[in-house]
Design a binder for this molecule. Structure first.
Ligand code: CA
Length: 231
């Protein structure tokens, strides 16, 4: 089963290569190209594993790793694999001192990197608590990818589940359509806002079928969508 990955890498070709291949290998991937963006997405996406390039335009990936473990950026228990162009043993030592779980030197051999991700995924999923999100009567189990609404199981297609959980990260917040497209379909996907709109309206109908008196998925015209606890 795939895991949720955040790849923080400022070289577009490497980021695209990783995102494309990891998705083909059933993982869910969000990309960031700077330390600042990576720190934000760590808190918002709460990935299972993050791959962090050491040389980022606004700072060192080691610094971000240290902040993660100190509880200053997202979940301190996230799996961390450092990516670096430098092969020196010193970097390896530095990486582990700051709490990285593993270390891959660029240019990397993709099957080896995938093997390390899968090994770390098995460790991380074995030790992490079950992650639940709830918004009003909607309970989302991120580990099992299941949803219950007012105690009723709701089976959702994968993209509707991803959309619901993206919105549930920050209830009431209005997510711009472009941001949701990137979160749910990936930043290189050619899906348009029409795809997003049709998934959002199907999701809204499914939720309202269970609780017809409430509204959960709110279309903020001209901006995007938000999830509320039942308006
Ligand atoms: Ca770099």
């Amino acid at each position: 089963m795939g895991v949720s990955l955040l790849v923080i890498e400022d070289e577009p070709a490497i980021l695209e290569f990783l995102a494309d291949n990891l998705r083909m290998d059933d993982h869910r991937v969000v990309g960031a190209s700077s330390l600042a963006q990576g720190a934000l997405l760590l808190a918002e996406v709460r990935p299972d594993i993050t791959l962090i390039d050491v040389g980022l335009p606004d700072g060192s990936g080691f610094e971000l790793c240290r902040r993660i473990r100190e509880g200053d950026a997202g979940d301190p228990d996230v799996g961390v694999i450092m990516l670096t162009a430098r092969a020196e043993e010193q970097d390896r030592v530095r990486g582990f001192q700051r709490g990285a779980d593993d270390y891959v030197t660029k240019p990397f051999h993709y099957p080896e990197l995938l093997g390390r991700i899968n090994a770390l995924a098995a460790r991380v999923s074995g030790t992490r608590r079950v992650e639940q999100l709830s918004v009003g009567p909607i309970c989302i189990d991120m580990t099992r990818r299941t949803v219950r609404v007012a105690g009723v199981d709701l089976a959702l297609p994968a993209k509707e589940f991803d959309l619901l959980s993206a919105l549930a990260r920050d209830p009431e917040r209005v997510y711009a359509k472009q941001e949701l497209l990137e979160r749910v379909w990936g930043y290189r996907d050619a899906s348009t806002t029409r795809t997003l709109d049709s998934h959002a309206s199907r999701l809204r109908r499914r939720l309202e079928d269970i609780d017809p008196s409430s509204r959960f998925v709110i279309n903020r015209w001209g901006i995007g969508y938000s999830l509320v606890a039942g308006a």
